[in-house]
Design a protein around this ligand. Sequence first.
Ligand SMILES: NC(=O)c1ccc[n+]([C@@H]2O[C@H](COP(=O)([O-])OP(=O)(O)OC[C@H]3O[C@@H](n4cnc5c(N)ncnc54)[C@H](O)[C@@H]3O)[C@@H](O)[C@H]2O)c1
Length: 507
Amino acid sequence: MSRLNRRQFTSVAASAVAVAATSRVSVAQTPGPNEQLGVCVVGANGRGGEHIRGFNKDPRTTIRAIVDVDPAVGKRRADQIKELQGKAPEVYVDVRDALASGDFDILSCATPNHWHALMGVWAMQAGKDVYIEKPISHNIHEGRALVAAADKYGRMFQTGTQCRSSGACIDAAKFIADGGVGEVNFARGLCYKRRKSIGALGNYPVPKDVDFELWCGPATYTDPKLTRQQFHYDWHWQRHYGNGDLGNQGPHQTDIARWGLGVDRHPQSIFSYGGRLGYDAERKDPRYVDAGDTANTEVSIYDYGDKCLVFETRGLDVTESAGPVVDAMFGKGGGNKIGVIFYGSEGYVAQVSYNHCKVFDKDMNLTQEFRAKTSVGDDHFANFIDACLSRDAATLNANAMTGHLSAGVSHLGNISYYLGESNKASVGEIEKVVSGVKSLDDNSETLAETVKHLESNGVDLDKTPLSLGPVLKFDNETEKFVDNNAANSLLTRNYREGFEVPSAENV
Ligand SMILES: NC(=O)c1ccc[n+]([C@@H]2O[C@H](COP(=O)([O-])OP(=O)(O)OC[C@H]3O[C@@H](n4cnc5c(N)ncnc54)[C@H](O)[C@@H]3O)[C@@H](O)[C@H]2O)c1
């Protein structure tokens, strides 16, 4: 099928909406074997494999199409699906061709972040229900467009934050809401997750057969095209496409943190400091420049008025103690520590993995545990499929607004970091600022722990200092920063022609 231009695609999408609106009425509550919902998985390399596994496992869905801009990935997954289902899916390189074919009900997207929102909007315009990986957006403007599109087209929208369907997290959130550890106004999200350097900044060949212009889509088209060694996955650490670990691992934890704190809104002020540090020390070469340009060390403080969230990203080795509270919950010694700690007036709740939460009293005695008894990922797909069949969006565990607000935490934190990136500051200068930033954390203590972590990884903060972002005020209603044009310009991006994510009013 020839590739449709934007105008042709929009007209196909409009008629598809009309067709879907009528045909959907006939979908049975409990589909028989011939009434499975058809799924198109878009972006099939890493996480897309889990989408294939999940939809294949559920008897109510069948995978009819695969889209991947890398034909080698598309072929590999099509072969796998043929093995699983006994029938090969349609294979596409361009999602517009798949949408024009129209032969499926659900679009499930696991592409790089810069494509999520446009795919979601196009698919909902074409009458598809959508499962979109976290973060659902690359910026705030895109999240709002997805919320508006789901509403306007009456589509089921599930955000890929599967912890929302984790029995452990559901029980822990209820326990907190019921006052299990008293009053909870403060949460700390942890992404202590080792990330090695992605290799030197350079000029690398794009894999043959990959249409790089299509891969870039809504993102900037750069020259040189590919500045990282590895084509797949490492885009997470280049800000044109990814959102660093605050926007990668982060949305799982920022989502759980918002849930437990009960804040269904954006923060009213945001402040970050951090850097991409330690890789020159690791390579023992002061001139070494890693190809990533997102922070691998970042502390972000979010003020919600009466509630507060602090999110810490540490991409270097956690070698020894991470402080008595974190050690007690996540284990002493080195290694990754990923989760959320809720600080209550009568104790703590810690989400220590996707399927496990722990409760501690004030003396750090473990008093209760919550565990998911079934697969968190499968349950999240099942919750989505339930809603696709019942057409009851209220039953979705992670709708578009949930995804928007939780991705938004990452975007807002990164904006403070990006704006302050060239503002290199000594630890003393940062200490002066953080001690005055409104927070329910001990900001000075968190800074001291961050510095200790960096120094234990050989980072010389005199030679490679941290960057100090500005404190930004944000208006939840207008979704704009207050009196800050530079910050507001980062709420969206300059879209390439043909790949514009429309505003919420124009979806
Ligand atoms: N929910 C989770 O637990 C979880 C886990 C891992 C990843 N993710 C998310 O899944 C997404 C994908 O991550 P990954 O690790 O699989 O990345 P990846 O780079 O390994 O795979 C992305 C795939 O998308 C393809 N692609 C890129 N642009 C495309 C386009 N326009 N059309 C079709 N295909 C396109 C690439 O060729 C590649 O095969 C990310 O947004 C990530 O945050 C979620």
